[in-house]
Design a binder for this molecule. Structure first.
Ligand SMILES: Cc1cc2nc3c(=O)[nH]c(=O)nc-3n(C[C@H](O)[C@H](O)[C@H](O)COP(=O)(O)O)c2cc1C
Length: 170
């Protein structure tokens, strides 16, 4: 699968089969996160993998009762303890962790797995359930597993609404 094929094929999946994720596929996904770029190459991200069914069920309320979190056979949480701000006034950690999760989601697509980026989660609850140290922030989480649905592509704005050229702002 070419990169753009994975980009185009990825969809947020909210129904999962009870089929476990094979260790080699999980590893392939994690390796893609490891390969991601990060500010100053600090790689402060940490990836928490959950496959224990009981823990997955406990994550459902921590993720705002999104039931599919308990259906998927794996779950990834991307965390960082980095608090440094870049010259551009953005925190590096959410940027780095978001890139890492994006890379992992694309690799997941390539190996036949599905994901759904979740922002609707209670960080304190996720941290408590997964024993994530206090100084770490949980930036993003996703279920990971085999899709039980084929969602249609969601609409995207046309480039004409999104792109400015040179000094001619939209
Ligand atoms: C930062 C972020 C937070 C999101 N949070 C949730 C969420 O909590 N629950 C959910 O079902 N989808 C969530 N989504 C998925 C979006 O709804 C989805 O990406 C969007 O509708 C486009 O659909 P697609 O991913 O299938 O292309 C989130 C996506 C992003 C990038």
């Amino acid at each position: 699968m070419q990169v753009y094929e994975a980009i185009a094929a990825r969809k947020s999946v909210r129904k999962y089969l009870p089929k476990p994720v094979e260790p080699e596929k999980l590893n392939a996904v994690l390796e893609a996160g490891r390969d991601a770029p990060s500010a100053r190459n600090l790689q402060t991200w940490r990836f928490v993998v959950v496959q224990d069914k009981e823990l997955l069920e406990k994550l459902v309320p921590a993720c705002g009762n999104q039931k599919f979190v308990g259906e998927a056979t794996a779950f990834l949480a991307v965390c960082s303890d980095d608090v440094h701000e870049m010259t551009c006034n953005q925190l590096a950690a959410p940027v780095d962790c978001s890139i890492a999760l994006s890379f992992m989601m694309l690799r997941a697509t390539e190996v036949g797995l599905s994901t759904c980026w979740l922002g609707h989660f209670y960080e304190d609850q996720v941290k408590a359930l997964l024993n994530i140290p206090a100084e770490y922030r949980v930036i993003a989480v996703t279920p990971l597993g085999y899709a039980a649905e084929e969602p249609a592509a969601r609409p995207r704005k046309p480039l004409s609404e999104l792109v400015a050229y040179e000094d001619k702002w939209l």
